[in-house]
Design a binder for this molecule. Structure first.
Ligand SMILES: C[S@@+](CC[C@H](N)C(=O)[O-])C[C@H]1O[C@@H](n2cnc3c(N)ncnc32)[C@H](O)[C@@H]1O
Length: 267
């Protein structure tokens, strides 16, 4: 494995223990509330009852399992064995072990690891693409995993926001990234509350919106929706304000910028 991905995997292995105990992910509250997928996701994907869904980079399975609650047969893929163990454990605690499975694999190897299996829905959400040096081989995997007539759903951080420093004020990073020039971080904190990480080094790559869209088009996907949002799901910048629904927005009176985006496609 690429040494940068190996460092990322060690970093993510450490994050699992912190995240599963964090208020940010609130696993106990999630088990009590038993939420399904977000209404905006259901509106795009429709009835998933009886359909097969694979989430790439599923972390410890919280989002994947929400689709099992909506009736899908779900598979989660992540390269962190610690995340996969935590996801299996969570599926049991949620009583969803019969409609879910979790597989340890580098996302670039997912189609091979799943031995040519194809899915009605390929699902990728926020905080995934920035860990990948290149999107073209990732788009190829997405296309290989899709069953004929299948749907691809992507909800991600808007890459424009990754050009800002953590303060969300200063423009410091290239929007157009280079696979050989990642952003290198040495940070014992993660994006949730909780303890420190032992493996502090991580590598991130920004991918422009056109790079993401074009790589999917080139793999034969037909994009039906591309939506840029002026809100996001987490406190990306300190000046964002949390609304009553728990969504983070730009304060009134300030210029509206894209903070996240949704893409929906079919093969
Ligand atoms: C922020 S999570 C995304 C899932 C979800 N949106 C969430 O917030 O829980 C990012 C996940 O990507 C995984 N990941 C990073 N690089 C990967 C790779 N090359 N192959 C497979 N998984 C990878 C990490 O282990 C982590 O679980």
């Amino acid at each position: 494995m690429d040494r940068r991905l190996k460092a990322n995997r060690e970093n993510w292995d450490d994050r699992v223990a912190v995240h599963t105990r964090s208020q940010f992910y609130d696993v106990e509250g999630w088990l009590q509330r038993s939420p399904g997928p977000a209404p905006r996701e259901l509106a795009l994907l429709g009835d998933v009852g009886g359909k097969s869904l694979v989430q790439l980079q599923c972390h410890f399975g919280l989002e994947t399992l929400q689709w099992a609650r909506a009736g899908a047969r779900v598979t989660g893929v992540d390269f962190s064995p610690v995340a996969i163990d935590a996801a299996i454990e969570l599926s049991k605690r949620a009583g969803l072990e019969n409609s879910s499975r979790f597989v340890c694999s580098n996302v670039y190897d997912a189609a091979a690891t799943l031995k040519g299996e194809r899915f009605d829905i390929v699902y990728v959400t926020i905080g995934s693409l920035v860990w990948l040096p290149e999107v073209r081989p990732w788009a190829k995997v997405v296309a290989e995993l899709l069953a004929p007539g299948g749907q691809f759903y992507l909800f991600e951080v808007h890459p424009f926001t990754n050009s800002f420093d953590a303060d969300g004020v200063h423009l410091v990073y290239d929007y157009f990234d280079d696979p050989n020039a990642p952003q290198i971080w040495d940070n014992d904190e993660t994006y949730t509350d909780g303890g420190a990480l032992a493996h502090t080094r991580s590598y991130e790559w920004n991918h422009s919106l056109s790079e993401i869209v074009q790589s999917l088009i080139d793999e034969g996907l037909r994009i039906g929706a591309l939506l840029e949002h002026d809100w996001t799901e987490f406190q990306h910048f300190p000046w964002l304000e949390r609304d009553v629904e728990g969504i983070y927005r730009i304060p009134l009176g300030y210029p509206r910028l894209p903070l996240s985006f949704t893409l929906h496609a079919r093969n």
